[in-house]
Design a protein around this ligand. Structure first.
Ligand code: NAD
Length: 436
């Protein structure tokens, strides 16, 4: 099939590349000229495991191309995906201006039947708004379909190639048949393609992300309570997760969720609820718990240094909002950096992928280590903000030789408490007893 993706960011590039991988002809459009220039010359613009290989193969085989010309992209294809940003607007509602601006232009550019598929995460009613925007200028038949994306950054290619489910919201039989055929290669193992009305499809995405965010905030509150009651959140997690009704995943306590999706989607659903005159109380609490959790380590750090960290130097492992990505949007590490600098401390950070992105935001207000061990030089303490596998079994003798003191504040509960006790560290984590 001939497919165009408008918006070549995380979702757009993964979607375009993965559609090309099953033999489709794909054109990716973006307004960012530098990005399109890089991609066209074979340079990938995001880090995502497994993506570079597929990108290279499909680019070389001419199934994947890039352009800044929307008209060229629209005329080339029968199915147009919108993978555009929907950031929180000033009022907390999802900002639909990117999506609607493109929809406004599409009407005048189509001259035969096309399916416009919205992959951006949007509030209920957006399909209708996009349809109206296109209809203002359109001279031919078209369908607008909702197809929310559930891929996770870090495992995006795997998620796209083998999705747990594909959700498609449409009333059109014609669009339903074509979309079913398009996704058929991705659900050969029997995972469902769920067809539903547009409103249910749009809400499914927000409901799924909000539920997962609630699971994280719930566990983080259990962890905070564990500290007060002398329980161990890892034990509680195992006890809970063994119950098939609860499940083992998404129960790890830590310093909160970040990224481009959970914070904005929870916020947007709260605002959509308000607009519909419904007070979504649980989600409001989820947001507040997460806000506090991101800097949960700071009072612990201040306590350890009797309230004064002026002049102290901290090593910070992990900047990305989660492992296997270079994405730092809403990353807890950024909040920790702000709090440390404000209190007069200095920071040397290390992250396997996200340092360039942080440098663009924070600049040289902090130092950046060439690797995890060199970042520890002369540090009074190490803070861990992201659970990269690389950090899980470090050489503790080397850590000790680089740092001024054996002190670790671990926001991701990476290390075994008995091990840390045996090694003689002062070790504080989340929801577990303090060592040393
Ligand atoms: P992104 O910011 O990485 O990418 C968006 C791209 O759109 C950028 O490259 C930008 O230059 C481009 N763009 C902006 N205006 C444009 C225009 N007028 N024409 C062409 N291109 C334009 O965003 P993303 O993370 O890919 O997210 C896109 C959507 O998918 C959002 O609604 C998001 O909520 C949703 N989503 C994201 C994820 C994720 O993990 N990142 C997962 C599921 C759903």
């Amino acid at each position: 099939m001939k497919i165009t993706i408008v918006g070549t960011g995380y979702v757009g590039l993964v979607t375009g590349t993965c559609f090309a991988e099953t033999g489709n002809q794909v054109v990716c459009v973006d307004i960012d000229e530098a990005k399109i220039k890089k991609l066209s010359s074979g340079e990938i613009t995001i880090y995502e495991p497994g993506l570079a290989k597929l990108f290279e193969r499909n680019l070389n085989d001419n199934r994947l191309s890039f352009t800044t010309d929307l008209a060229k992209g629209i005329t080339a294809s029968d199915i147009i995906f919108l993978a555009l940003p929907t950031p929180p607007g000033e009022d907390g509602y999802a900002d639909l201006s990117y999506v609607l601006r493109v929809a406004d232009q599409i009407g005048g550019l189509i001259d035969k039947y096309k399916i416009i598929v919205n992959k951006s995460t949007v509030p209920v009613g957006t399909v209708q708004k996009v349809r109206e925007a296109i209809a203002r200028n359109a001279r031919c038949e078209f369908d607008v379909v909702s197809n929310p994306e559930f891929l996770r950054e870090g495992v995006a290619v795997e998620d796209f190639m083998k999705p747990d489910r594909v959700v498609i919201g449409t009333h059109s039989e014609k669009a339903r048949k074509i979309m079913g055929e398009l996704y058929e290669p991705y659900v050969r193992q029997g995972n469902p393609v769920l067809f539903m009305d547009e409103a249910s499809s749009e809400l499914t995405k927000y409901a799924a992300n909000s539920f997962l965010a609630a699971k994280i905030s719930f566990m983080n509150e259990i962890a905070n309570l564990c500290e007060k009651l002398g329980a161990d959140v890892d034990m509680v997690r195992r006890g809970m997760g063994s119950d098939g009704r609860i499940g083992k995943r998404f129960l790890f306590a830590g310093i909160g969720y970040g990224g481009s999706c959970f914070p904005k989607d929870v916020h947007a659903l709260v605002n959509s609820s308000n607009q519909a005159d419904y007070d979504f109380q649980i989600l409001k609490a989820v947001m507040e718990v997460n806000r506090l959790q991101k800097t949960y380590l700071i009072p612990k750090i201040l306590d350890y240094y009797s309230g004064d960290i002026k002049g102290k130097h901290f090593a910070l492992w992990g900047l990305a909002f989660k492992p296997n990505t270079d994405d730092i949007r809403e990353a807890p590490a950024l909040y920790i950096i702000d709090a440390l600098l404000e209190a007069g401390a200095t920071v040397t950070a290390f992250d396997p992928e996200a340092m360039e992105n942080v440098r663009q935001v924070v600049g040289e207000k902090i130092a950046y280590g060439p690797n995890e061990y060199d970042s520890l030089k002369d540090a009074d303490a190490l803070i861990i903000a992201t659970e990269w596998s690389l950090f899980r079994t470090p050489d503790f003798a080397r850590i000790e030789s680089e740092m001024k003191a054996k002190v670790i504040f671990d926001g991701r509960n990476l290390f075994n408490l008995d091990t840390m006790e045996g090694l003689g560290y002062h070790y504080e984590s989340v929801g577990r007893r303090v060592i040393g």
